[in-house]
Design a protein around this ligand. Structure first.
Ligand code: ATP
Ligand code: LTN
Length: 345
């Protein structure tokens, strides 16, 4: 089924394939999230119909402070726009504003085996980390994620490698459902960005840069000011041979070359040539300046958007309506397939 089948809605009329992705509003986004996800998302907006969700329902699988969650969710949604996602082209919304996520999630729970969920490594990791709160939501987290994806008949799902297992289970659930009821769900494919797929920690370049890292010097946060960015790059862990060369046995410098390349649009060879006569001090300063220059417009736009409450509120309202419209189409079809009584109009 395609979402544009027989409906006169502008969003899908050009028959584009659809994309769904989401981020949790936990922690502050890093340069890794930007270069590995957000920046790539912006490039997809013309080719695909994209749905980008702030997955606040997933967030409460671990205990949250309500005021803090609300604030972070708003900041994340604002950041999606500040990073360049056009809210006219992309559907940017809160998961909790579209009840179809929960409704489809319930139905899919009844098509998911405990044996499948028992294999999920994220559940194992998170239950070890939150031993005092191993709740059923944490366990069925992948089912809600499958509902997110399948609700929009998503063709493509940009995710990090840690989410591949969840995407696999979404595909398995969809295939199982289709084999019982016919062609109901599109089977989604993962999309792993071409370049910058993995930005590494500045303090331990064998580990990925992550918003949940306890050491603030390991990550560049999208809201870090110029001085902070430069200071963090100056302190970045590297080897000591003082040559700017892209090599697997120089993980720190390799990471900095990749970051500089992505920030300036230069290739690895161009970066190596530019710094052939420089030492680490000059190179690190250049990386810091390039990244600060990349982040400044995003930060300015974020501040402007935060002040323009009415504009952002308008997007939240209209995009939730759009998302709800498409979600309901799939949901009604699924409800009918499983045998729920028709609604009386
Ligand atoms: P956490 O520390 O809470 O696990 P995270 O920083 O690893 O978070 P996620 O919320 O898991 O980030 O991921 C959001 C998106 O950002 C995903 O698409 C993921 O692929 C991407 N991403 C996260 N970290 C990096 C990184 N270091 N390099 C490239 N992409 C990244
Ligand atoms: N589990 C993902 C966030 C997420 C997601 C999704 C990503 C929830 N639903 C649907 C892609 C598609 C994470 O923690 N990064």
């Amino acid at each position: 089924m395609r979402l544009d089948e027989g409906i006169g809605c502008e969003l899908m009329l050009d028959g584009k394939k659809s994309i769904f992705s989401g981020m949790q509003a936990t922690g502050t986004l890093t340069l890794g999230n930007y270069l590995g996800a957000l920046k790539n998302w912006v490039e997809l907006e013309d080719e695909y119909q994209c749905f980008y969700c702030v997955v606040d329902m997933h967030s409460i699988t671990v205990r949250q402070d309500p005021a803090e969650l609300r604030k972070r969710a708003r900041a994340l949604l604002t950041l999606y726009i500040a990073a360049g996602l056009n809210p006219e082209k992309n559907c940017i919304y809160y998961q909790s504003h579209v009840s179809g996520h929960a409704e489809l999630g319930w139905i899919l729970n009844c098509f998911t085996y405990m044996g499948e969920l028992n294999r999920m490594t994220q559940f194992k990791d998170k239950s070890a980390k939150h031993a005092d709160n191993i709740n059923a939501g944490l366990y069925t987290y992948p089912v809600l994620m499958a509902a997110d994806i399948l609700l929009f008949q998503s063709d493509v799902v940009p995710v990090g490698s840690d989410q591949k297992q969840h995407l696999e289970i979404a595909r398995d659930i969809a295939t199982r459902f289709n084999s019982i009821y016919g062609d109901v769900f599109t089977i989604p494919e993962p999309y792993i960005g071409k370049q910058g797929a993995r930005i590494m920690s500045l303090q331990d370049p064998d580990k990925k840069m992550s918003k949940s890292d306890e050491n603030p010097n390991a990550s560049i946060y999208l809201m870090d000011d110029k001085d902070t960015v430069i200071r963090k790059f100056k302190r970045a862990v590297t080897d000591s041979d003082n040559q700017i060369r892209y090599s697997e046995d120089k993980p720190g410098i390799k990471n900095l070359i990749e970051i500089y390349g992505l920030a300036t649009g230069k290739s690895v060879a161009e970066v190596e040539a530019e710094f052939i006569n420089s030492g680490y001090g000059d190179f690190k300063l250049a990386v810091g300046e390039a990244v600060a220059d990349l982040l400044t417009p995003l930060q300015t736009r974020f501040d402007e958007l935060q002040k323009d409450k009415a504009y952002v509120d308008g997007i939240i309202k209209s995009n939730a309506e759009k998302a709800n419209y498409y979600a309901t189409k799939t949901l009604r079809k699924v409800q009918k397939k499983v045998g729920f009584p028709e609604r009386i109009r």
